[in-house]
Design a protein around this ligand. Structure first.
Ligand SMILES: Nc1ncnc2c1ncn2[C@@H]1O[C@H](COP(=O)(O)OP(=O)(O)OP(=O)(O)O)[C@@H](O)[C@H]1O
Ligand SMILES: Nc1ncnc2c1ncn2[C@@H]1O[C@H](COP(=O)(O)OP(=O)(O)OP(=O)(O)O)[C@@H](O)[C@H]1O
Ligand SMILES: [Mg+2]
Ligand SMILES: [Mg+2]
Lengths: 156, 205, 156, 205
């Protein structure tokens, strides 16, 4: 229903703006309903302003900035309808070191409420995980080994 | 509800029964070389939650999700994934669940519910899959046979796909869930038309 | 012309296969013309077999494997029509450490004939570049500084 | 032919005149934080080679390629990129070209051909851009004014876009070049339809 959409949109827009600020360390962002001939034609644009830069459509940002803004939207929707766990598959691939740092900080803030599972090749991301599941392939069949990092035990 | 464990066998590259246990120890990382099977784990979880589009699972048909063999190992006839969630309130009274190893490939020949749990009382096992269900546990199982037959189980009892989808509605794990952001999903959001992006919000609403 | 296409296709197919083997450390790959109703409808599929795995369409490979196979095709076309320089913008983003190693080895083999410019966030990729151009943004305006790594001088 | 240098001013985020010199020292890395301007350099090179599609340059219109100002700095009215290639045979006799700094932001107020080259003989400068062209050098310049006017120069002399495109035909830098693989091009190849991929080979043929 239209009312339901508008209520969800308002909350998600707010979440998106907040998550964007956390991931970019500042700046502003908003979702904007774009006009279409019919209600079914209307779309949503992401209008973003990274810190120190001018306001522009997300499509004009750099590769890493776009990925971070899109992640802010997806996490914004997740926070509207949170679930017991959240799997993020290599979302850190296009990010520089300091953006990976802000990403991991966001995850650590949300971790008490949500079991995060981060699939990654990035060493900085691995550093915030108390447990790592290492997957290997032997004879084209997948195997898993887990490694736990406690304060008590040295890393395996 | 919190995530307790995921068990898969015969699903994509996981030919052998594999158990991944989460102990509420915080952020979990999944690492390994390209092509070793990390994204397949996330496909398995999407699948057991009721995903019906093979395309979302990076396959052309659902049967592609069944382990299709190697040069030295024949294909299997069955793909099975079991997801266990637990209600923290009910679990406090149980206490024994914490004893399992966090991840292991279960030695061949062991069936669901056997192995490390064999020594425990069989009193609780009056369900079709012979699973031991602890207090507060919600166990969802999905099976696909190579002949095309599909089966769904809730706490070890046969059910319909719809029962699983209804169970999870409103928990953030329903059909419009954003709990799983697949590799490439971010690129998809950006390259989609504005009306597709609007559809994303409409789904979540 | 049809003849021209077939000649180019044969050479590019060969280059693709060889480059694939270098990047994957083995395996096989081929381009296959797929049938279409009209000549204009026909397409090209990439049929790939990473070492130890079965032959399959590139679209069924993992994220990193797909990126490596697509790179093998693009480099295969480049080798058919080489130019004085080649710019690769963050092609290493989805690759694990050992695939980055094979990628950098390929670049080093081709470097004597071609000036490679590698835009990257990856430290292993940076290690094979005797000169690095560092780009920064100050007041939303880009600036460049170059750092040269000689055997004689320590890294700046 | 080998790549000698790229100079840009007023192009996208490069408001100030910036020179990047390649000295045949092997692989060059371009590094820096997200959004600092690395891909803009590769756009500049695509552009000076004659790219006519704003979309390929991640813009909605060509005018978006002109530096459009910041909170504290007004937009410029001109975007200019100059690419210098050199014929190694002819260059052997010249020898002086190696003296330039590998990358610098040229102090404000200096025009093309001035600065480090000001001290050299003006005898060779009988071209419209007042560029000093060394033996064996091929210098391509493209300008775009905010009023929409476009200019192209070859070795400092006004020419047409077509002259530049014809010059590079068969060198691997023509319109169907694979010399520049943009961020996201790899994803594009994979998600395109098989017939689009065929078109790629047809272009190269
Ligand atoms: N039904 C199946 N049977 C056997 N193997 C399969 C099946 N489906 C997929 N695979 C294999 O699983 C592998 C892909 O695994 P996956 O996509 O999980 O890799 P990944 O670890 O995510 O890698 P990356 O880091 O590159 O993203 C492929 O090599 C593919 O051949
Ligand atoms: N005409 C213009 N005037 C001023 N700034 C511009 C103009 N066009 C683009 N930019 C800015 O250039 C920046 C993008 O630069 P670029 O895409 O080169 O980043 P990058 O270094 O490649 O980053 P990443 O590592 O994320 O890919 C954006 O912040 C954008 O605002
Ligand atoms: Mg993957
Ligand atoms: Mg970039």
């Amino acid at each position: 229903s239209r009312q339901q959409f508008e209520r969800a949109f308002a909350v998600i827009n707010q979440n998106f703006a907040e998550t964007f600020r956390t991931l970019f360390g500042g700046g502003t962002a908003t979702l904007r309903l774009s006009e279409g001939e019919e209600a079914g034609e209307a779309g949503i644009d992401l209008i973003c302003q990274p810190p120190g830069k001018r306001l522009q459509n997300v499509l004009l940002l750099s590769g890493g900035e776009k990925a971070l803004a899109a992640l802010a939207l997806l996490i914004g929707i997740f926070r509207y309808q949170p679930s017991p766990f959240c799997i993020l598959d290599e979302v850190d691939a296009p990010l520089d070191d300091s953006n990976v740092g802000r990403f991991t900080q966001l995850i650590q803030e949300m971790a008490p409420q949500t079991q995060f599972i981060l699939i990654t090749h990035n060493k900085k991301t691995m550093e915030i995980a108390p447990v790592l599941y290492g997957v290997t392939m032997q004879g084209a069949v997948s195997q898993i080994v887990s490694v736990r990092f406690d304060d008590a035990a040295p890393a395996a | 509800l919190r995530l307790q464990k995921v068990e898969l066998v015969g699903f994509k590259s996981f030919a052998e029964r594999t158990r991944i246990v989460f102990n509420g120890s915080g952020v979990a990382g999944v690492v390994g070389p390209n092509g070793c099977g990390k994204s397949n784990i996330s496909d398995a979880i999407l699948w057991v939650l009721g995903e019906q589009s093979a395309k979302t699972l990076r396959s052309s048909r659902m049967a592609d999700c069944i382990f299709n063999g190697t040069a030295t190992r024949p294909p299997t006839n069955l793909a099975e994934v079991t997801l266990t969630l637990v209600d923290p309130e009910a679990e406090k009274t149980a206490g024994e669940a914490a004893a399992e190893a966090p991840a292991e490939t279960v030695p061949a020949g062991q069936e669901a519910g056997a192995g490390a749990e064999a020594g425990r009382s069989d009193k609780k096992r009056k369900n079709r899959l012979n699973l031991r269900i602890l207090p507060g546990e919600v166990v969802v199982t999905r099976r696909l046979y190579r002949d095309g037959t599909s089966e769904y189980y809730l706490n070890g009892e046969l059910c319909r796909l719809r029962d699983i989808q209804e169970l999870f509605m409103g928990t953030g794990l329903g059909p419009e869930s954003y709990a799983i952001i697949e590799q490439g999903r971010i690129g998809q959001i950006l390259s989609s038309r504005p009306s597709d992006r609007r559809a994303i919000i409409e789904e979540a609403a």
